[in-house]
Each structure stands twice: as structure tokens, then as C-alpha cells.
Design a binder for this molecule. Sequence first.
Ligand code: ADP
Ligand code: MG
Length: 705
Amino acid sequence: MATSRRTVAVAAGQVRSTSRSPLDVPAQYVKGVGPARAVQLARLGLHTVEDLLYHAPHRYEDRSHLASIASLVPGQKQTTEGVVLALSEKRHGAYQFVAALSDNTAVLQAIWFGQRYLRRVIRRGTRLIVHGKVERAGRLQMMVEEFEILTGDDTDTLHTGRIVPMHPATEGLSARVLRTIIAQALSQYRDGVPEVLSPAIRHRHDLLPLGEALRAIHFPRSLPEADAAHQRLAFDELLILQLGVLMRRQALQTIDKGVRYAGDGDLLHRFISVLPYPPTRAQRRVLDEIAADLRRPAPMNRLLHGDVGSGKTVVAAAALWLCVGGGYQGALMAPTEILAEQHYLTFRRLLAPLGVRVGLVTGGAAKREREHVRDALRAGDVDVAIGTHALLEEGVTFGRLGLVVVDEQHKFGVTQRATLRRKGFHPDVLVMTATPIPRTLSMTLYGDLDVSVLDEMPPGRGAVRTYVRGPEKRPEVYAWVREQVGSGRQAYIVCPLIEESEKLQVEAAVRLAERLGEEVFRDVPLSVLHGRMRPEEKEQVMDAFRGGTTKILVATPVIEVGIDVPQATIMVIEDADRFGLAQLHQLRGRIGRGTGASHCILLSSLATDAARERMETMAHTHDGFVVAQRDLELRGPGEILGTRQHGLPDLRIADPLADVAILELARDEARRLLADDPGLTRREDAVLGRQVRRRFVVRTTVAVG
Ligand code: ADP
Ligand code: MG
């Protein structure tokens, strides 16, 4: 994570070199660091003074209360102070260094293990603060975890006798060493760090000055002071993030993409008239939002968010139709070949009646075919290109690309989305996702996007029931599936997830299909589907399943995304505990698409608490929003947020889940600032402006968030 932060800073640095600031000084120049320590620091992602100053503790230990030795309580972790009366070492067995400490109330044997160097630093008469577990083994003793030598009248302790910061450390670089280095960095460089916020902003939100906050986040005098420091630093970080995102958005608003929407409201009516069903109210509303965007001179930059099965595909098709109706081409990118092929079929069905020519661009197609489609796209003989990553290849060019749609956008990185949009002149962009995230998070991640929500399921969906069964119930589960299939239903059997290798994954699927075909489902038409099949093979398998000739589809988790076969109503997921919640929800979204009742069976051993939690969540919740919230709670925001994947700088201090209130303040402040000073060029905002530009590349070709 930390390495990525570097990359962002470097990339931005190329755009605009920042003025010399103590923050940019290499960590190696901090007193006491040197080349060897610098290498260890780099392993933690700490390269500069800035990295050190912003390496916040993950917790604090209150060692400010000094107990007298006589009042120490065996069994507790405590802190005390005394003068060394006598020293001894135990050399047989594990090395121990023992100092008898006295504070005139009693004597304590302070014990260290294996630290021979101590005999050089601790002498008779040395005054010490020690912290550790107190024990009574005949004599009163303490297993020392932290200690500090007090010299002269120096009362500023680092490791004991205060609220002590515990920094994320690593092998070879203890929290103690890190604490010392950070204290040094603070004393050397803190005064030179320029204040980022104007006095007006600081007063408005009652925030500590930056220098104070940097000291107090590491070495607070009280826990409320640590909170205040966090508040200040998190505010900075979120403000900079919001400013960057809003400035991107601002930059986009100034672009004139040219007129590319034919604009007669008839287009939408014509689309709806060929749809096999009326659009839901939510679909109508979203389509109106999109049409309004297309009409504007600035390019659309919109996120369509709707739970699995809410009908995003139709919305994409309508948007592409509006674009084609205006005389432009459109492209839709999907993360897997199977999904691209399915979309290709759907779009042909929906759009061919309107005279739209649809082409398929995947890596798996034969060379001649690929070239044929490429030529047609370049010449403008194909109106809509549906494809995978293959769309990004250099050879794929468009005559007049007007709209880019990215399906399952969380499966792509920023650069991929940016590559696709560069194939047109500021095309309109629609990204779609089924991964719901709470509003505050979307403010952070998608702040530069307009958001549309499909909050309604198409009517007439049968209920989905979810059951969790132990592996010993497998025979019964299969017998039940047999029975169901016998009465005309269709089923998915999803193989266990093998993350290490696709090859192993594929082998496992093939083996499972063989075994099931021979042993359990001998007279049932069954096929296997995996990512390594040739495109024609995949197509055949999907066709047969869609057509109902195949009753059971044994599949690798490739079917996770997008697949739509409404009459399949049963799903068995093998070793379901290997999947994350979001994945399980996506998988389960493959059923419950038709009118009949659907059943999802999770085969899982419930070996761990985490597995049990996930399975229970799945059994009780079918609402994607709730599942996502639970996922967030179980895994923490870091993994799911993936700010880097969104082309945003990592958050070092703020936790967008816990710091919601700060996030909202920062957002309001960002709006207010930009309203008065859109380029952040006023003198009092100049440092802030530099910080934003340092972290964000604000260009007119904006990366889609
Ligand atoms: P997702 O949002 O997960 O991509 P899809 O676009 O695949 O969902 O749609 C799920 C299913 O709902 C498809 O079978 C589609 O044909 C159907 N569907 C979409 N919109 C409607 C509607 N308005 N009325 C009835 N069925 C619909
Ligand atoms: Mg979809």
C-alpha cells in the first residue's frame, strides 16, 4: 500500500515539481537512521520524512500512571520507576538480565530476556522506568517489555511514563526503534513543515495547528489530545481528497464534447417499444438521467449502481442506442469473455430490430474475424462494439466513439478505463457496478462521478432461499438436486474457489464434472464451463444451457459475473466458505431471475468463526446493500475501498467508515473553497493547492474514478 503512495507522488511530481519541503527529505537523513535502517524503513513504505511523520500509531498504551513499587499488583501490566541497586545475569539456559530496582517503598526484580547489551547501558545507580507484567515468584518481579533510562532532570520520556504510541512495525524494526526515529524526525523537521490550512478554515472547524497535530498524533499528552490530532490530520487528508476529486470534476465540466445526441425524445420511445417488457420505474428514471447527460455539452461521467439482477444491461443498451441514434459509435467492456459473449447476444436481440450493427471484440476470436471487426469499427460499419480487455488493444480504433460503458467496473483498474475512453474525443462514460457501498464511501471514491441508482427489481421474480449444509450432507443435497432436475429445473454447481492458479481451478472443475456425471447424475445432461475453454466451446455450452438441453452446469466461479439464464433456479456452491461475501452474493445473483422459486445451497464446513459469520449472513440476507455493509464490517474498508484502484491516493490517517463526520465537513469545506477560488490560487490556499496537485494529476483527460 505504502509503495503505491510513492508511485502516486512520483507520478504527480512529474507533472508539477513541488517546492523543496522538509517533507521530501529522505528518511535516511533523520539522525540515527543511516543506510541500513533506511532499507528497513523502506520495507514499511517509509521513504521520506513525510512518510515518517504521517506513520500514525495504530494504538496507544497509557503508561503515564507510575505506580510505586510497593503498590504493584501481580498479574497486571504496570509501569514503575526506581534506581538500580544491584545487577545480576543468569547465563545457564536462556540468558536473563536482572536489575533490582528500588523506589524506597519496596524492591522489584526487573527481568529482561536475551538482551546481553543491557549490561553496557544499565549500571548500579541508573534511574529507570520499566513497564511490563508484574509477577510474584517468591520475590516481586517484572517481565520488562519497555524501559527507559532517565538521565539528569530529563522528564521527556518516549517509551514509558507517558501515553506511548504503538506504531505499525516490522521484523528487525521494533516499535521502540520506530518510536525513537519518529521522535527524532519530529524534533528535526516538524517546525519546517508548512501549515496547509488557512487560519479561517482552522478556526471554522476548531482544528489543531498542523505542527501540533503531528506531534500529538505520535506523542499525545492525553488521549483526547490524540483524538484532536487525528481529527486534524484526517480532515486534511479527506479535504485534499475531496478537493482533488471535485477539481477533476470541474475540469471535466469545462470540456465541450460537441453535439452528439440527436435529441428527439422519440429515440427513447422507440427503444422502449421494442423491449420485451416495460422498463421498471427505476430504469425509466435512470434513463432520463442519462439522456439529460448526453444532451449536455460536457461529457457524461456517471456511475450506475444497481444490485445483482436489477436490470443494468437494458439501461446500457438504451444509452448505447441513444448514442448511435446521434450518429456515434459506442463500446461496452465486460470483464470476462463469457459475459461479453452473452452481452453480445442480448444487445443483438435488443438493438438489431432498431437497425444497430453490433460487433464482438474478444481475445479468443479467430484472427481473421478479429481483423474484420476492427476494420468495420474503424470504418464506422459497426455501431456498437461489445468486448473484453481486447477492446483496449492498440489495433482497436473507432471512427467516432461517443459513449463508453464499463460493466462490472470494479473488475477493472483506472488505467484500463482511461485507455478505453481515450479511443474517442472525450466520450461520454457510464460505469456500472453491483457492488453497493455506503453513501459516504461513494462520496470518497466516486466524488467526481454522478451516481444513478437502480433501487427496484424487475417484477415477477421468484423468491430465493439459501441453506447452509455441512459437507457430510453432500449426498442428500445431490439427491435433492436430481429430483428437482427430474421435474424440469436447471441447476448450477459451482466448484470450490482455487485462487492459486487458474489451471488447478480448471482441472478441479473438469474432475468434478466427470465424477458427478458418472456417479450422481448419470442420466442427466450435464456440462462443464470454465475460463480456459475456446470461445466456440463456451458458446456451445452456454447455448445448450440457455436452451434447456443441458440441465446442470458445473462451473468455475467465472459465472460469478453477469450470466443471465432466468430458468436456472438452483445453485449449489461447493466449499462456499472459500468465497468472500461479495462473491457469494454475485454468484447467488445468477438464480432468482425467473418467476419460479429459487434455491441456493452453500456447502460449507463452518470451520472458522469468520466462515460461520459469512454463511449466516448469506442465509439471512438477500439484499446486496446489507451484504456489502456486513462485508465491510468483517473485512474492514482497506481491502474493499482500494482507493488506488480508483486512481486516488491512499488514506494514511483517515478511516472513511469511522470518520464519516469528518468526511462530510471536509466535503462541505472543499465545495466552499472551490466556489470562491476554483484553482486554489489565493495566497492563503496556495499550500493546500500544492498538496492537491502533488497527490492528484488533475488534467482534462480525467481518469474515471
Ligand atoms: P444486472 O443488473 O445484474 O446486470 P441484468 O441486466 O442481467 O441484471 O438483468 C437481469 C434480468 O432481468 C435479465 O433476465 C433481464 O432480461 C431482466 N429484466 C431487466 N429489466 C427488466 C424489466 N424491466 N422487466 C422484466 N425483466 C427485466
Ligand atoms: Mg450485469
